[in-house]
Design a protein around this ligand. Structure first.
Ligand SMILES: Nc1ncnc2c1ncn2[C@@H]1O[C@H](COP(=O)(O)OP(=O)(O)O)[C@@H](O)[C@H]1O
Ligand SMILES: [Mg+2]
Length: 283
């Protein structure tokens, strides 16, 4: 397969605030990569850099993003991402002034009655329709999109429909996708997954292996934190995260890991290849 995206970020910051460190990945044309992590992990910052929006958001980074084409960006917030005073048609025409293409792209994202939608203003659309219109905007001039928590403003049913839409866009239209989420429960795609913690890759594996056999204790916490009907996860989880070490001279997870050894107390772990998966762990 042709390589469409090659990302190597040694570090990234907003003025003095370091946010990402040593992020390396590739995405083949037609591939899907999911980036998971809690709020503040650096997911949005990574998405912005990959989509070439680093200058716009005043992010300084060392490294490179190499891509064979433009990358579309579906931003995290529905409300700040469309201009309320312009029609959908006007906003789409700013990107591509080709009515047939606009209509086809709206159809591609599962919208019907596209003539009415083009004449609508953002406030005329439901949350799910607005999210679809935003995805259409990102797809107008690229076949690779970064979708930053594209379902977080939506109800559960609409969430599932949007996840399904991304799946269809990938399978049927060959769109390459970087899907950012804090909710591992949304990981229905067959995809590569990067688990991000505090700006670092903690674990990197394909979704099936990761869900079946999460190797890193932090990944297990995230998986257990995904909402399940019979779990009282919140209190347990935060009690665990209170024990994360902030020092650069030991493993952050030394206090919550049942497999720790002496070196976990004296060295920050590097990312290591473990049978084709990557894991930030000494053991
Ligand atoms: N514009 C900004 N200026 C300064 N710090 C920021 C800015 N945006 C995000 N950050 C900080 O960068 C870190 C990562 O944020 P972000 O990439 O939004 O994480 P996530 O999307 O995983 O929640 C956080 O500590 C956040 O406070
Ligand atoms: Mg974010």
């Amino acid at each position: 397969m042709l390589m469409s995206l090659d990302v190597h970020i040694r570090s990234a910051r907003y003025s003095n605030n370091n946010v990402l460190k040593d992020i390396d990945f590739r995405l083949d044309t037609g591939g899907v990569l999911t980036i998971v992590g809690e709020s503040g992990a650096g997911k949005t910052t990574l998405g912005r850099i990959v989509a070439g929006l680093d200058k716009f958001y005043k992010i300084d980074f060392e490294g490179y993003v190499r891509s064979s084409e433009k990358i579309g960006y579906v931003p995290q917030s529905l409300s700040e991402s469309m201009d309320p005073v312009f029609s959908i048609e006007y906003q789409m025409k700013e990107i591509k002034n080709n009515l047939a293409l606009l209509k086809n792209t709206l159809l591609d994202v599962g919208l019907k009655d596209v003539d009415r939608i083009l004449k609508s203003y953002p406030h005329n659309l439901s949350g799910g329709m607005k999210q679809r219109a935003l995805i259409a905007l990102a797809l107008l001039d690229s076949k690779t999109v970064v979708a930053d928590e594209p379902t977080s403003a939506l109800d559960k049913t609409t969430q599932r429909q949007i996840v399904k839409l991304f799946e269809d866009l990938n399978k049927n239209s060959g769109i390459s996708i970087i899907f950012i989420t804090h909710d591992l429960d949304l990981l229905k795609f067959d995809s590569s997954v990067i688990v991000l913690y505090n700006g670092l890759i903690i674990e990197y594996a394909n979704s099936r292996d990761l869900l079946k056999n999460p190797m890193h204790p932090y990944t297990r916490i995230l998986i257990n934190a995904a909402p399940k009907a019979d779990m009282h996860y919140d209190t347990d989880r935060f009690a665990v995260l209170d024990n994360i070490e902030q020092s650069n001279d030991m493993c952050p997870f030394v206090n919550i890991c049942e497999k720790r050894c002496d070196c976990c107390y004296t060295q920050f772990p590097k990312l290591k290849d473990v049978g084709g998966r990557l894991l930030r762990c000494h053991v």
